[in-house]
Design a protein around this ligand. Structure first.
Ligand code: PMP
Length: 347
């Protein structure tokens, strides 16, 4: 399927016709020292200047790190911007739809609703594995996007690579694989397939392993033609100067990120073992992410008790397939100890 894939055919007519906004800096190329083109304040350098709307330097550095062409990369205000833009570019409200595989990250559905786009839901199997034929069976000629999340939030498992590739190869639409948690996983992810599979979009983020949720930077990797449409629709200066600068500096110290991931993975194992030994815990699901899904007796009572102790976890107990479950992020050694001390008292 991928070889004959025509991205232009999936894009909304108004987006195909769009003449994007050209900022002052877009129109100028070359070197200059006097900038009187963008109605900026000449004082308070360097923050007085608009950031590079193309984020060229940062894109080149990220692309080098990931082994892909910068033309395959879109940078957004978190992965959430990429999710929203994909829907705005590909789905005609009231006509087209997208598919999510549930339970999963809530923003796919929220962005669909905001854009007036129908969301069709396919359930994961009881063991949280992906049923590729069920997803393919739900798709039709009006399906524009299938969202897969691997490792999946909130179930914490990676989806089977062959099952994801089966969907990508069979689908006549874009397949998004959200890899927000891939750095915590033993699985390599699908980034290396982006060049080969024209309908594959991979999302990654600086919010998790890189420890920069506060700067809001998400990466979207896809075919350059699709990147071009997303770039035409984005706000001109969607990534701010402070973010560009901070991420560029952090990229020069990848050892810090690797160190954090190692510590989190060690803590994940210790915490999983400690939680499993609590008498009211029924199951700690194996995790490929930086959080644990934990099935227990009286999850709401535990949630309320922890909140009263100043410890916040995520109550997923009313989510289909996650009944009885809390989702617990792996914290520092000290945070995990405080959590366990509190839970032992609850027991
Ligand atoms: N994808 C998944 C699966 C997530 O769980 C989250 C945030 N929890 C995001 C994307 C959002 O990431 P960002 O901070 O880059 O918007």
């Amino acid at each position: 399927m991928s070889k004959r894939f025509d991205i232009g055919k999936l894009v909304r007519e108004n987006i195909r016709q769009l003449v994007p906004y050209a900022s002052a800096r877009d129109e100028f190329s070359g070197t200059a020292s006097v900038f009187l083109d963008a109605n900026e304040n000449p004082f308070n350098a360097p923050l007085n200047r608009y950031p590079d709307p193309k984020q060229q330097h940062l894109k080149e550095e990220i692309a080098r790190l990931k082994g892909l062409d910068p033309a395959c990369l879109f940078l957004g205000n978190g992965s959430d911007e990429g999710i929203d833009l994909l829907i705005r570019v590909l789905c005609e409200p009231g006509r087209d739809h997208l598919i999510t595989v549930d339970p999963t990250y809530g923003m796919y559905g929220v962005c669909a609703a905001v854009n007036g786009v129908e969301r069709r839901s396919v359930q994961l199997r009881e063991d949280f594995s992906l049923d590729p034929e069920a997803v393919i069976g739900e798709a039709d000629s009006r399906t524009r996007i299938i969202f897969l999340c691997s490792p999946n939030n909130p179930t914490s498992n990676s989806l089977d690579r062959r099952a994801m590739l089966r969907i990508i190869d069979a689908a006549d639409c874009v397949v998004v694989v959200d890899e927000a948690y891939v750095d915590f996983s033993g699985e390599p992810g699908l980034l290396s397939m982006v060049r080969e599979k024209r309908n594959l979009v991979v999302l990654q983020t600086f919010s998790k392993a890189w420890g920069m949720a506060g700067v809001r930077l998400g990466m979207l990797f896809a075919d350059p033609e699709l990147i071009g449409y997303l770039t035409a629709v984005k706000y001109p200066y969607n990534v701010n100067a402070l973010t560009l600068d901070q991420v560029q500096r952090s990229l020069r110290e990848p050892a810090a990120m690797k160190g954090w991931v190692d510590r989190i993975l060690r803590q994940r194992d210790l915490l999983a073992g400690a939680l499993a030994s609590l008498p009211f815990v029924r199951r700690v699901y194996p995790s490929d992410a930086n959080f644990l899904l934990v099935r227990m007796e009286d999850p709401r009572g535990v949630y309320r008790y922890l909140t009263a102790q100043g410890i916040i976890v995520r109550d997923r107990s009313s989510v289909p397939l996650c009944e009885g479950c809390l989702r617990i992020t792996v914290g520092t050694e000290n945070e995990n100890r405080l959590l366990m001390n509190a839970l032992k008292k609850f027991a």
